[in-house]
Each structure stands twice: as C-alpha cells, then as structure tokens.
Design a protein around this ligand. Structure first.
Ligand code: UDP
Length: 471
C-alpha cells in the first residue's frame, strides 16, 4: 500500500504580508507535490481584509485553513509596544491553541513551517518530534543581514545609524546605515534584543525558505550557503510566490475604471496592507500627483502623526470619508484623472491590468515581487521594517525603480520631487528603460518557477527529503 503523503503544517503570524506568502507556499506544496496541507492563522482581532482573503480561497480538500482563536494580548502590550514584539507575543499566546488543534487531528503534521515571527512555535515541532522550517517571506539580503546581526553586534560600537561607513555583510552590496531594518535603528530598544534573539534561534531550523530566486540575488544566496555564518541551515530560494490574479476580493470598481484608461497610463499608489503617512506628507503627495498630470489610483488611509508606521491590524476597518485628508478642491480637480480607494484595493489584479504604468510603493517584499511579476517599474517609498533595504536593491542593484529624496528639514518628500519621480517613471525614455529591465526580471522569475527552474528544483529537493523521511 502507498504510504500517506507528508502532512505539512504552516503557521502564519499576524499581518497580511505574512499570511499571503504562507498561503501561497501551502498551495504550491499541494499543487506540485500533492501533500496534505494545514495552514494555521494567528490573529488578535478581526480584520475585514483578512476575512475577505481567507474567504476567497478556493482550496481543494487536501488544504485546510484553521483560524486559531484571537489571542488576548491586552495585558501584555502597551500602545507603544513595537510592532515586531506585538506580533511575537500574539504568536506565543496562540501556541496552546495550536497545540490543541494538532492533538485533535487524525493525521498529525510531519513538518512545521513558520515565518520569522513564529519561531516560538519551534517548541511545538520539538514536542511532536517533527522538523521545523522557517519561510523568510522576504529577500536573501534581508536574511543575510539577519544571520549576520549577532556578528555585527560584537563588532560595532555605538548605534548602527551613527556609523560613517556603509555596513558590510558578506555577499551583499554595502548597506547604508540608515537603511538597516527597523529593530537595528536603536540598539537600546527592547525590539533590538528581540531581533537578535530571533537571529540566533533561526539557525536552529532544519531549513530556511526564501521568497526570492537564484538569478535575482545569486551572490547573496551563495554567501548565505557558504560563508556568512557557520552552521546556517540549508537555504531554499523558492520564489517568487505571490497571490495569483483571481476574482477580486474587493474593489471591482478599480478594475472597471482601469478598463477605461489608456495602456500604461496609470500610476498605482499604495503603502501595503497597513502603511500610513503623515498629514503633511499626504498633502505633498496629493499636490505632487496633481502637478505630474498623470492618472493614478491611490489606496488612501487616514494619516498618522508620524510617518513610517504600520497599522497591521486595522486594514479595511477604517471609515471611508477621505475628503478631510486632502488639500482644498483636490478631489474635485482630480476627479477625471484619479481614483481614490479607501483602505484596501485588489492589488494583484490592479498591477496586472494593462493600464498600469508604474507603482509608487512602500516596497514591502510582496508588493515588490507583485510589481516585478507584472513588469511594472516602481517609485520606491519605503516606510518601515526591511523596506529601506528593499528600496536600495530596487534602485541600486536592479535598476527598476527610482527613489525620492526626503527633505531633511521637514522629514517629508516634497511635492516637486514627487512630480519629478512620477514623470521619470511614467513618461519618456527613462520609464521605458525601467520597464524593460523589470520585464527581464519577470522572465527570469518565471523561468525559476517553471519545471526544471531553480525555485522549482529547490522546493522539489525538500519535498523529496520529506517524502523519504516519511517512509
Ligand atoms: N495588498 C492588497 N491590497 C491593498 C494593500 C495590500 O491586496 O490595498 C496586498 C498586497 O498585494 C501584498 C500584501 O497585501 O500581497 C502586502 O504585503 P507587503 O509585503 O507588500 O507589505 P506589508 O503589508 O507586509 O507591509
């Protein structure tokens, strides 16, 4: 009798930026290898966007989605608790529910895959004596910096951001001190020690998946395998994995509007699943878009007091009256050329529409690969997490994006700079060159995913290992 297929449990930490690639990895393991898949979803409060995403999944019988009960973290976090710490706490508080759910299963998992914030759940893998993997839902350079942080911690005196020289990580282009990931911005902050702890514990995994592909970051991937730190677990670049175009989970009107526009004439503006900008920055952006005289779709959220913040858990729940956020008369004047969408838009469907010519993005890794996979050049406008590093990869290494300068005195990108960036991407020769290069990247990505390609082979290699050890 044929032995049962491996049963892969995947655990997503809160935030759509984690859930989307975890879902895609589960679906790919099912479609390519026929494994049983259970996806556990952690959360702390209902999010409209998350419910819509989960409800929109048409999944065949061998893939089950289990939403763990929302974790009550009210006594464990303060309003100013860093987002990374909050996410780790939610995962930690969800572990008893995860354990009960696994105990109640007739066929228990044979492998556990978590994302970078789910490392506390390694204890579940150890308890059930199954191998544990981490899916780094970001780039190889992010992982390279992460595994190298304990070394840097010993080498660097003072704050990283005060360094006069770029930071050198083996296999990576030098990283500007102020482009480091958020937890490295302040070494005295609790979130730095949480990050360093994650960096160490990551190395206990049986393997690390990456949402990138060999041809995108060959030198960094080689360095990760060979010489950044000893005892790095096996590295498996298996990307780019992204949500495929489907019936839009919300916002059909955006696509109807795009149907009426010329090819490559519209700029899509979005700061990810929860990114927000300040009121002052919102005014500059609105004015810059108007000055550029280009068409745009803008996913708008209420401004925050300060930039670079993420409201991970509120996407889709805000109120929809946008008029108060914009300069006087802006909405009326731009009615013919701009579509304002409150909170959330069907991003993958928008980016794949032929009318889209550019993407002003916060450079979350999912948004980045969605842009590449649709051949859309970008304006790189990073806000938080590892996005500043992603922005420099896109502008300096890959040359598929332009990056605006922030006015040092005001801490915002000015309207003239925005106008200039939009024109660079949407008009003329430079825009065409950016578009040409991003299309080359798309071809290399597709090649890696197809049968015999590097990402396809990488996933098959692990899948074979799991099948062998199950026999
Ligand atoms: N997204 C979307 N509609 C929106 C905003 C975001 O569909 O209005 C999706 C987007 O396509 C991407 C994910 O949410 O898959 C955001 O992930 P990313 O890594 O880009 O950024 P994060 O939200 O984690 O900062």
């Amino acid at each position: 009798m044929e032995s049962p297929k491996p049963h892969i449990a995947l655990l997503s930490s809160p935030g759509l930026g984690h859930l989307i690639p975890i879902l895609e990895l589960g679906k790919r393991l099912l479609s390519l290898h026929g494994f049983h898949i259970t996806i556990f979803v952690t959360t702390t409060q209902a999010s409209t966007a998350q419910s819509q995403l989960l409800n929109s999944q048409t999944v065949p019988g061998k893939l089950t989605i289990v939403e763990l009960p929302p974790a009550d973290i009210s006594s464990l976090v303060r309003p100013d608790t860093a987002i990374e710490i909050t996410i780790c706490i939610i995962v930690r508080e969800s572990i008893p529910a995860l354990q009960s759910a696994i105990l109640a299963m007739t066929q228990q998992p044979t492998v556990l895959i978590v994302d970078i914030f789910g490392i506390d759940a390694f204890e579940i893998a150890d308890q059930f004596q199954i191998p544990k993997y981490v899916f780094i839902t970001s780039s190889a350079i992010f992982l390279a910096l992460t595994v190298y942080v304990p070394t840097l911690d010993g080498l660097v005196v003072g704050e990283y951001v005060d360094l006069q020289e770029p930071i050198r990580v083996p296999g990576c282009n030098p990283i500007r001190p102020d482009d480091v990931v958020d937890p490295m911005l302040d070494r005295k902050h609790e979130r730095y020690s949480v990050y360093v702890d994650i960096c160490f514990r990551l190395l206990m995994a049986h393997g690390l998946f990456l949402n990138t592909w060999e041809d995108l970051e060959p030198i960094t991937i080689r360095a990760l395998r060979e010489d950044i730190v000893t005892f790095t677990p096996p590295i498996y670049p298996i990307g780019p994995l992204m949500r495929s175009v489907g019936p839009p989970i919300a916002g059909r009107e955006c696509l109807d509007w795009l149907d009426m526009q010329r090819t490559e004439s519209v700029l899509y503006v979005s700061f990810g699943s929860g990114g927000t900008i300040s009121a002052e920055q919102l005014t500059e952006l609105a004015t810059g878009l108007e000055l550029s005289q280009q068409r745009f779709i803008w996913v708008v959220r209420a401004p925050t007091k300060k930039d670079a913040s993420a409201t991970f858990f509120t996407s889709g729940n805000g109120h929809d009256d946008l008029s108060e956020y914009f300069p006087d008369g802006f909405l009326t004047r731009t009615r013919e050329v701009g579509l304002m969408v409150p909170q959330w838009a069907p991003q993958v469907e928008i980016l794949s529409h032929p009318s889209i010519g550019g993407f002003l993005s916060h450079c979350g890794w999912n948004s980045t690969i969605e842009s590449i996979m649709n051949g859309v050049p970008m304006i790189a406008w990073p806000l938080y997490a590892e996005q500043r590093m992603n922005a420099s990869i896109l502008t300096e290494d890959l040359n598929v994006a332009v990056r605006p300068e922030i006015l040092p005195a005001k801490g915002v990108v000015g309207r003239k700079e925005i106008e200039r960036m939009v024109r660079r991407v949407m008009e003329g020769e430079e825009g065409n060159e950016l578009r040409g290069r991003v299309r080359e990247l798309r071809s290399s990505a597709l090649k890696s995913l197809n049968e015999g390609g590097s990402s396809y082979n990488s996933l098959s290699q692990v899948a074979r290992k799991w099948e062998m050890s199950d026999k």
